[in-house]
Design a protein around this ligand. Structure first.
Ligand code: AMP
Ligand code: GLY
Length: 435
């Protein structure tokens, strides 16, 4: 019998629990650094921080790791892939140069321009003063003001008026980074992710994230309060268009710019009246988008990532997906996305896991004296698969209701936009048939 592959997963969120869970199901022996209480049930947690590249490298050598999979963007932008490759270690993810696609919004815009990929028109300013002058000189329109670098969701201001845009420039001016001012796009936002070896892409089913904290997309921006897959806002024809006009030209533009891209290319898209346009690229799986994707993936993730790392995606069969829908509901600590307490015992995890189709992926959790406690803002992603989207939503929230801790909360409307859209499409079809 061949020895099972040993995989190191870097990260500690719901995304990494989902990746580790799937890799373990694919037969891999999984190490997670640093992991959480959930990852400890599918592999071995190692107490190493995601940005401690030196120690991650040491452990990968010492433990004879066959493949490393990086969850978050911070170590990618910091060069973890370059460090591993220099030691001939196999690692899934882009180099630091390629990770600038997420790490620098100005770099991203240049790549999009090179690839002739649809995106919002923009201007880059090296100083707050120049940005201010520009705003004062032009007529008032809805704009978006962004800091160039990684800002964990805090560097983007979507503005309706000139005064709002000026205030955003003021807030960013002391950051020492370039400021981008771009046209505000209106429409439906969706996420399309692809796995690529730098030449071939494998597009994953389209999703919709819920970034606002509260129901009805109200309140502050968060890392994501829930996601569902597949989203009816992107049909097969539109997915093919996104692949041909957005993903493939981006991969080619990265190659032409001598920053070939291997890893997950995650497009944040706005579906505008003129067609899909890129809002941003991420260079990793989304969190919580990864959780529904892993729940739906039937074929081996391990084989897919191995092929991407070895540059032979062209040779592998396309992945197989369950013909179902998946919904992930994030349960958060009181106060998130602001400050929040930790250390509250979580009850009902076993009951939730017994709901048909439900997987409870952990994010900010920790095991203390045999008891799982909260240890972060986003605590769990309760993920369900079922034959239809409304059923998947129902199962996910049945799981949610079994779980409780002091102050724990979630959005109640995850997947509702998709469910409404499906109803509209069905009504339209009926109307056509009855004519
Ligand atoms: P980014 O980090 O660039 O994706 O921005 C975060 C969020 O800001 C996106 O998910 C959108 O909701 C919003 N956003 C960014 N750019 C634009 C734009 N040009 N028009 C409208 N909304 C935007
Ligand atoms: N859910 C959005 C992200 O992972 O960036």
């Amino acid at each position: 019998m061949p020895h099972s592959k040993r995989v190191l997963v870097v990260g500690s969120g719901g995304r990494e629990h989902a990746i580790a869970w799937k890799l373990a199901a694919d037969g891999a022996e999984v190490l997670i650094a640093p992991g959480n209480a959930g990852t400890a049930t599918v592999g071995e947690n190692l107490p190493i921080a995601v940005d401690d590249i030196r120690s991650l490298l040491d452990v990968a050598i010492k433990r004879k790791v066959d493949l490393t999979v990086v969850g978050p963007e911070v170590p990618l932008v910091a060069g973890i892939v370059d460090a591993f490759q220099a030691k001939k270690l196999r690692i899934f993810g882009p180099t630091a140069d390629a990770a600038r696609l997420e790490g620098s919004k100005a770099f991203c815009k240049k790549v999009l321009h090179r690839g002739d990929v649809p995106t919002a028109a923009y201007r880059e300013f090296r100083s707050g003063e120049k940005a201010r002058e520009y705003l004062e000189a032009r007529e008032e329109t809805p704009l978006v003001v962004k800091a160039d670098g990684l800002a964990a969701g805090k560097g983007v201001f979507v503005c309706s008026t000139r005064d709002e845009a000026l205030a955003a420039v003021e807030a960013l001016a002391d950051g020492g980074q370039s400021i981008l001012i771009e046209e505000r796009l209106d429409g439906i936002e969706v996420s399309v992710l692809a796995i690529t070896d730098g030449r071939t892409i494998v597009t994953l089913p389209p999703l919709q994230d819920h970034k606002a904290a509260y129901d009805g997309d109200q309140g502050p921006n968060t890392g994501g309060m829930g996601a569902y897959c597949p989203t009816p806002f992107v049909d097969a024809a539109m997915l093919a268009e996104i692949e041909e006009q957005i993903l493939v030209p981006t991969i080619h533009a990265m190659k032409r710019g001598r920053t070939p891209f291997q890893g997950v290319l995650y497009a944040g898209l706005m579906l505008t009246p003129q067609g899909p346009k890129v809002l941003e690229y991420n260079v990793r799986f989304g969190d919580p988008e990864c959780q529904p994707l892993m729940a739906l993936l039937k074929s081996s993730l391990l084989d897919l990532l191995d092929a991407a790392v070895d540059g032979r995606l062209e040779e592998v069969e396309p992945p197989e997906w369950k013909r179902e829908a998946a919904v992930a509901v994030v349960m958060a600590a009181e106060g998130y996305p602001g400050s929040y307490p930790s250390g509250h015992p979580i009850r009902g995890l076993h009951e939730a896991a017994e709901v048909p189709g439900v997987q409870v992926f952990h994010a900010g959790t920790k095991r203390v004296d045999g008891q799982v406690e909260t240890a972060g803002g986003r605590v769990l992603a309760v993920t369900a698969t079922a034959p239809t989207l409304p059923q998947a939503k129902l199962q996910a929230y049945t799981g949610v209701r079994a779980i409780r801790w002091i102050g724990g909360w979630c959005r109640k409307d995850i997947a509702d936009k998709g469910i409404r859209r499906e109803r509209e499409l069905a009504a339209r079809d009926e109307e056509v048939e009855s004519r």
